[in-house]
Design a protein around this ligand. Structure first.
Ligand code: AHR
Length: 495
């Protein structure tokens, strides 16, 4: 059978929130320190302590929203330790991540500066696990109160006159695990209590995000929606893609066997089932889909690179990661009526990163390139796609050979994302273009592909995997003919 695909350019399915292209940066390993923050006295060129090369790279992919300070770190972070003169800030132990000393040099002011420089919205995750209601309430007051108040005055003493706009605020993280090992009933009650004091000051209207389920814990979603749904704007979901067992061996980021290629792809597709099932429960309590699903941690999680600190979660990033990213975007687009935001874990040097650094050197990963190629879908309108695609079988695994998405941007351009997950065979097929105007002025495309399953960029070969012009598409008799090489992600634009 041949893949059969129809793009219905005149059937609009809703807006793809740009926040689906969001990010997550935690005080973990070398993400914040070294990866983003080098300090004002560093020989690495920086803007008020934030390294310029990383800043420039991240600006290019239009990060819409950035989640911080964790992750598990958030539930042991005490924000007051991270403000005021840096030399006086408390040094703490980052017990979750490698037991290293956290000097708190990157705190609220530094994070807000980073967001300003990136022109993205902050998404702050507050501490429920080991923090107090008062502490959370005062953080919101510190950041957003406009006028005279103890916290606003303190902010001004620390050099910031105007309040910041903070829309997205998470009330805890993974409270079923590192955020307090709570039962959903207990967390639902705590959520109701803590969120009461997450106030809206002046024009600042906070979008409150409750800590959601771990993977397929559907009971968590049921209880949270039932007991606290009316007090939240968003409910999170975490799912990481890995070919192996979390504790026994997740699988290597490079040099992996063919089976792990397909297992990883199968796991990436599993995100669709997860969102569908959690969404169905949310529909029961919120049929209008007011509460957004916030997939604020997703991405690949492999074994750390040999010789690196196991608590730092540093892994290489290959064409396999690029395929995983594309599959996720296609799934998030498909569910854009419920998925309001997604945040890849994590932006720099941790898990499925955009950029990797080594001293003053920096490289872009294959995942970065997918974010760059796909930024055209941010805030575009999802188009209906009918796809009947070939299944690829490998041992006990079976997955769709191709994955596809399409959107129309505000200028009427149609953007198509395509991915061939097959590691050996190319995929050639026709896409019927329904509802597209007769005269197509131009067709252009970009491809990211590689010859080996673990092709990746290194500090010696930074451009081993990079996008090039795609010449495998043409329009004939109103149909789009494409030929996708094995292991490829393609972005096409029709004007
Ligand atoms: O992203 C790494 C960790 O994964 C986060 O800190 C935590 O929330 C999740 O378990």
């Amino acid at each position: 059978m041949s893949n059969k695909v129809v793009i219905n350019a005149d059937v609009e399915k809703g807006k793809i929130s740009k926040h689906i292209y969001g990010h997550f940066a935690e005080h973990l390993g070398r993400c914040i320190y070294e990866g983003i923050w080098v300090g004002e006295d560093s020989p690495i060129p920086n803007t008020k302590g934030i390294r310029n090369d990383v800043l420039e790279a991240l600006k290019q992919i239009n990060i819409p929203v950035l989640r911080w300070p964790g992750g598990c770190f958030a539930d042991e972070y005490h924000w007051k330790d991270g403000i005021g003169p840096r030399e006086n800030r408390k040094r703490m132990v980052n017990t979750h991540w490698g037991g290293v000393v956290e000097n708190n040099h990157f705190g609220t002011h530094e994070f807000m500066l980073l967001c300003e420089l990136l022109d993205c919205e902050p998404y702050i995750c507050g501490n429920v696990g080991s923090g107090t209601v008062q502490e959370m309430s005062e953080w919101v007051e510190y950041m957003t109160f406009d006028g005279e108040s103890p916290m606003a005055n303190w902010r001004q003493e620390n050099g910031r006159q105007e309040p910041w706009n903070v829309k997205y605020f998470g009330v805890g993280n993974e409270n079923w695990g590192c955020g307090g090992n709570m039962r959903p009933e207990y967390y639902a009650d705590l959520y109701r209590r803590y969120q009461t004091y997450v106030r809206n000051y002046g024009d600042n209207k906070i979008y409150k995000i409750a800590g959601g389920a771990n993977v397929d814990d559907y009971n968590w979603t049921e209880v949270l929606m039932r007991e606290a749904g009316r007090y939240m704007d968003g409910l999170s979901l975490h799912f990481y893609t890995r070919p192996g067992d979390f504790w026994l061996g997740k699988g290597a980021a490079t040099g992996f066997p063919e089976y792990e290629w397909f297992k990883t792809v199968e796991q990436a597709y599993f995100m669709d089932e997860l969102i569908t099932k959690h969404s169905t429960i949310m529909d029961k309590y919120d049929p209008e889909k007011r509460v957004g699903m916030i997939v604020d941690e997703w991405g690949t999680w492999f074994d750390v690179e040999p010789g690196t600190n196991p608590g730092f979660l540093y892994q290489q990033n290959t064409i396999r990661d690029a395929v995983v990213a594309a599959i996720h975007f296609h799934i998030f687009h498909k569910h854009c009526d419920r998925v309001h935001m997604a945040n890849i874990a994590q932006t720099v040097n941790v898990l499925q990163a955009m950029v990797l650094t080594e001293g003053e050197k920096m490289i872009l990963t294959p995942t970065y390139h997918v974010f760059d190629m796909y930024k055209v879908h941010q805030d575009a309108t999802l188009l209906a796609v009918d796809a009947n695609v070939n299944r690829h079988k490998y041992e006990d695994l079976e997955v769709d050979q191709i994955s596809i998405t399409a959107s129309k941007d505000k200028d009427g351009k149609v953007h198509i994302g395509l991915c061939n997950i097959d590691n050996k065979e190319s995929a050639s097929f026709a896409i019927q273009l329904r509802g597209i105007k007769e005269q197509i002025a131009s067709l252009s495309g970009t491809i990211l592909t590689a010859d080996t399953m673990d092709a990746h960029n290194t500090f010696e070969q930074p451009d081993a995997v990079k996008p090039t012009e795609f010449t495998g598409a043409k329009i004939e008799n109103g149909e789009l003919q494409v030929s996708l090489p094995p292991m490829s992600v393609v972005s096409l634009t029709i004007e």
